[in-house]
Write a protein that binds this ligand. Structure first.
Ligand SMILES: Nc1nc2c(c(=O)[nH]1)N[C@H]1C(S)=C(S)[C@@H](COP(=O)(O)OP(=O)(O)OC[C@H]3O[C@@H](n4cnc5c(N)ncnc54)[C@H](O)[C@@H]3O)O[C@H]1N2
Ligand code: MOO
Length: 411
């Protein structure tokens, strides 16, 4: 496909682009076992089954006395304290009528007891007995064995992402390590003669290659293992060598930044073609982010993001993030929420607009979405200050302040 052919043709909708990039992505089959401490955010490969029952014994939920409920009915009489059960140190005898055992939270309930009298409802006497001051129901303050889970229960279903709570549950179920889906391997390659790294000496017509850092954060948050391929000059050989490297290093998603448009130095599409990338599409009816390329080189997904900072961040949010999630085996829809417009909007043209906006959530359940006045796709300061991308669908009619709208929350 030459440049003339690539330009102008086949502008597809955002929904179509999503279906082609994300909808066709197969979750990775490979798994790995990681220590539980490293499992946060990872995707569980298969159902995690409890190795033990929790609690493993009937346990007291309170500090007090293990009693027979029948002994704690009015008129109250003294109960003899025949021992103590603390967490980790049980009382091995059996409680008979008129007896009780001093017990602490989490400790095993001794045989014969069927309730816990909290210590606030017991008067200690000088003769080593206690007297209940309140009746107690059978079963009161006793956690039955297996109340949390039983051995063999599914604790966390396969394809779930490990939250803090799920990690703690896996630990409680007796798992020091867990089997998780391999992280998708994402390589990021910035292209452009004008680019230098942050902190490097910078010439008068140079700019800092900032996009890699933002895109990497989006990909890693979505679960990627990241490979930074640095900056390639606007040279077919240099860019091509890094495409080859990605294929050789079993990269799952190669992301290029810049060089996606129609200028004489926009070489990425040609390099892709020369390296055998099967280009699926090259333009999306969206703003920012129109010159987005997507294709495959064998099993490797290839995404050519536009160079303008907001364009690359928006396309990474809409397509790269859910693609990483799809390969990693987690649900990956783009969630559009409902808001109220904080400003009037002009009628839209044929491109879906993703307008950088702030959310005012203080006043109402439905947040007010306030678009920034400046929407140029070079403005990182505006993107960084945004909480949301306000969606203006293609051909949306003019809208008033207070009208309902949809937005994507940025985080
Ligand atoms: N004649 C036309 N010109 C342009 C069109 C068009 O349809 N016809 N599309 C415009 C749109 S929309 C966009 S978006 C840009 C995309 O251009 P490229 O992907 O080719 O990006 P570059 O030209 O390489 O760079 C654009 C801009 O972004 C800066 N940049 C590039 N890489 C980085 C990076 N890693 N970090 C930070 N900034 C980066 C670069 O210096 C340029 O300023 O094309 C329009 N043109
Ligand atoms: O669509 Mo470009 O991505 O506006 O700047």
């Amino acid at each position: 496909m030459d440049r003339a052919e690539r330009s102008g043709r086949d502008v597809i909708s955002v929904e179509e682009a999503f279906a082609r990039i994300v909808g066709r992505a197969e979750p990775l089959a490979e798994t790995e076992t990681v220590p539980l401490r490293q499992a946060f955010g990872r995707v569980l490969a298969r159902d995690l089954v409890a190795n033990r029952t929790q609690p493993g014994f009937p346990a007291s939920a309170m500090d007090g006395y293990a009693v027979r409920a029948a002994d704690c009915a009015a008129p109250f009489r003294d109960l003899r304290v025949i021992g103590e059960s603390a967490a980790g140190r049980s009382f091995d005898g059996t409680i008979a009528a008129g007896e009780c055992v001093r017990i602490f939270t989490g400790a095993p309930v001794p045989k014969g007891a069927d309730a816990i009298l909290i210590q606030e409802n017991a008067e200690r006497t000088e003769t080593g007995t206690i007297r209940p001051t309140s009746a107690v129901d059978t079963g009161r303050h006793i956690r039955r064995a297996g109340a949390d889970f039983a051995s063999g229960d599914v604790l966390v279903s396969g394809a779930s992402r490990f939250s803090a709570g799920r990690i703690a549950l896996a630990a409680s179920g007796g798992h020091p390590s867990v089997e998780v889906v391999r992280r998708p391997r994402v390589a990021i390659l910035a292209t452009g003669d004008e680019l230098v790294l942050p902190g490097e000496p910078i010439g008068p017509s140079q700019i800092v290659a900032s996009n890699t850092f933002g895109i990497a954060a989006i990909a890693e948050r979505a679960g990627a293992e990241l490979f930074d391929y640095g900056i390639a000059r606007d040279d077919e050989g240099a860019i091509g060598a890094l495409v080859d490297r990605a294929a050789a290093e079993d990269i799952d998603i190669l992301v290029t930044i810049g060089g996606a448009s129609v200028g004489d130095h926009d070489l990425v599409g040609e390099v892709f073609a020369s390296r055998g990338v099967a280009l699926d599409f090259w333009k999306v009816a969206m703003r920012p982010g129109k010159p987005l390329m997507a294709g495959r080189l064998g099993a490797m997904h290839v995404l050519g993001l536009p160079g303008n900072p907001a364009s690359s961040m928006v396309t990474a949010t809409l397509f790269l993030k859910p693609l990483v999630q799809a390969l990693g085996g987690v649900p990956n829809p783009i969630v559009y929420r409902e808001g109220v417009l904080g400003a009037e909007m002009a009628a839209n043209d044929e491109r879906a607009d993703y307008i950088r906006a702030t959310l005012d959530e203080a006043s109402a359940v439905t947040p007010i979405v306030n678009p920034f006045g400046r929407q140029d796709s070079s403005l990182l300061s505006v993107f960084a200050a945004a909480d949301a991308l306000l969606l203006r669908p293609p051909h949306a009619p003019a809208a008033q302040r207070g009208d309902l709208c949809r937005y994507i929350a940025l985080s």
